[in-house]
Design a protein around this ligand. Sequence first.
Ligand code: AMP
Length: 111
Amino acid sequence: MPDCIFCKIVAREIPSQLVYEDTDVVAFNDQNPRAPLHALVVPRRHIARLADLDDAALAGKLALAATKVAKDAGHGESFRLVVNNGAGSGQSVFHLHFHVLGGRPFSWPPG
Ligand code: AMP
């Protein structure tokens, strides 16, 4: 997707701090971290929103990659995954991403 910033990160056309990659999934640090660990786990192929994801295997790979990122950062016992789906939920980049947050307490319910 030509104008997608996360597609450009996946293609290495713009820089990022990669923390994980495999054949289907890439993870990199968020540029505006909201916690000591704040990484984004994305599919290599462009999928705009979670609601557009119809590949169960890829969904599992994203979840497993997110868990690995948290564990590798030393937060495997306490971390949070967030997926904003749609502008009304706070999604601002329309390439599916799991936020992986860790390293501080989290309140519930989220804001
Ligand atoms: P969301 O609001 O759920 O769509 O989250 C988008 C996230 O992408 C935000 O947390 C941004 O800080 C992050 N972000 C946007 N551009 C970049 C970038 N070039 N590198 C790393 N993170 C980014």
